[in-house]
Write a protein that binds this ligand. Structure first.
Ligand SMILES: O=C(O)[C@@H](CO)OP(=O)(O)O
Ligand SMILES: [Mg+2]
Length: 436
């Protein structure tokens, strides 16, 4: 039977994100009376090659970027897809891309386009009365992801002295998602206690992790080690560590090196590292701690360095390209050709449509690259990424710490999905020791 339900209306409004900035929310109405709704996240450590969102404060629209994105949904994009069949996600996404016409979605705004793309998927799933993850992933979508639980925040998500952006827990050896989540939450509470006892700040950063003034990555991992043990687990067994260096933020063109402003401040002298020193630094960290995954270890333009990094550490570590690949199949293809990284971070707003994000994941999977579905540092209560993680079978999701509503919304959605799947639910990263 040919499924058909026509799109009758598309409507966008401004809402707030978790940093108190305006963002886009879109609703799509179909002829059977279904309304699908989605809202769009926004990053702080954005990659240079991301699709372009129209943000307030941007020069392009005289500081009224989000308002313009909303306007584009309500006029051009609405005209373009009203009358389309709601179940034709790929076709609709292609129409949206064509309506924009630019290479990087800068004309109508990646935030405008993504809002429509996601709301269409929500409406389609709802009108079929099936959960979004099943609509997007079919009956094989059974795998719940291991959370990359970002418990210590640094870099541009805080004002602390820590230069690397994220220090994360991965409960890799749990029976189920809910058990893994519980373990990570227990460790989070132990970490809070340890930091508090040491007189360090337990204020949190943009993603809900603590933002203490630590001297560097070693001290951060040391705290993670102690918190894991205090919760009764063994680092390297039930729990592995992950980090996002967000090194594009540290690369200093004029100095021709990676500049560590926090560490420089703490040590009272300028701390610089070149590419080879960065690689050695990661090597030391991976030898000293239960580190399993490093994201954006080097700058987004340093393809050659990424080749070295991958050759040196890619056998034992997951090396994730975020700013490097920006969820873009073209950049990922280049990375695959050059042997850069062995995994890709997937942020739907970096590319601007669901179809393109799924294409990137498919390309990764076919080439032995892992993929990690991710939030942005500026989020809303939208939980689409939780469904995407299950639909794609990614096995990993990065969506912050458990103490901010926009982050727990995703974890809670995953708990509901696990509950829905019951005994069919699977959990975890397939074959932990395999890295290409
Ligand atoms: O770098 C990252 O991976 C993200 C999300 O954690 O941060 P932002 O959304 O600020 O780019
Ligand atoms: Mg990142």
């Amino acid at each position: 039977m040919h499924q058909y339900s026509e799109i009758l209306d598309v409507y966008a409004r401004e809402i707030l994100d978790s940093r108190g900035n305006p963002t886009v929310e879109v609703e799509v109405l179909t002829e059977d009376g279904t309304v699908g709704r989605a809202s769009v996240p926004s990053g702080a450590s954005t990659g240079q090659y991301e699709a372009v969102e129209l943000r307030d404060g941007g020069e392009r629209y005289g500081g009224k970027g989000v308002q313009n994105a909303v306007e584009h949904v309500n006029t051009i994009l609405a005209d373009c897809i009203i009358g389309e069949n709601i179940y034709q996600q790929a076709e609709i996404d292609r129409k949206l891309i064509r309506a924009d016409g630019s290479e990087n979605k800068s004309r109508l705004g990646a935030n405008a386009i993504l809002g429509v793309s996601m709301a269409v998927a929500h409406a389609a799933a709802k009108s079929l009365e099936i959960p979004l993850f099943r609509y997007l992933g079919g009956s094989q979508a059974l795998r719940l992801p291991v959370p990359m639980f970002n418990v210590i925040n640094g870099g541009c998500h805080t004002r602390s002295a820590l230069d690397f952006q994220e220090f994360m827990l991965m409960p890799v050896q749990a029976e189920s998602f809910s058990e893994g989540l519980r373990m990570a939450v227990e460790i989070y509470h132990q970490l809070r206690k340890l930091l508090d006892e040491a007189g360090l700040s337990v204020a949190v950063g943009d993603e809900g992790g603590f933002a203490p003034d630590l001297s560097g990555a070693e001290e951060a991992f040391d705290y993670l080690n102690r918190a894991v043990k205090a919760a009764g687990y063994v680092p390297g067994e039930e729990i592995r560590f992950a980090m996002d260096a967000a090194a594009s933020e540290l690369w200093d063109e004029t100095r021709g090196a990676y500049y560590f402003p926090g560490e420089s401040r703490m040590k009272g002298k300028e701390i610089l590292r070149d590419t080879e020193e960065m690689i050695r630094y990661y090597q030391t960290l991976s030898e000293g701690f239960a580190l399993w995954s490093i994201e954006d270890g080097l700058d987004e333009n340093d393809w050659e360095g990424w080749g070295h990094l991958s050759a040196a550490l890619g056998k034992n570590l997951q090396l994730v390209g975020d700013d490097l690949f920006v969820t873009n199949a073209k950049r990922l293809k280049k990375g695959i050709r050059l042997g850069a990284a062995n995994a890709v971070l997937v942020k739907v707003n970096q590319i601007g449509t669901l179809t393109e994000a799924f294409e990137t994941m498919e390309l990764a999977g076919k080439n032995g690259y892992r993929f990690v579905v991710s939030h942005r540092s500026g989020e809303t209560e939208d939980t689409t990424i939780a469904d995407i993680a299950v639909a794609s079978g990614a096995g990993q999701i990065k969506t912050g710490a458990p103490c901010r509503g926009e982050r727990t919304a995703k974890y809670n959605r995953l708990l509901r999905i696990e509950d829905f799947l019951g005994g069919m639910a699977k959990y975890g990263v397939d074959n932990l020791s395999f890295l290409c």
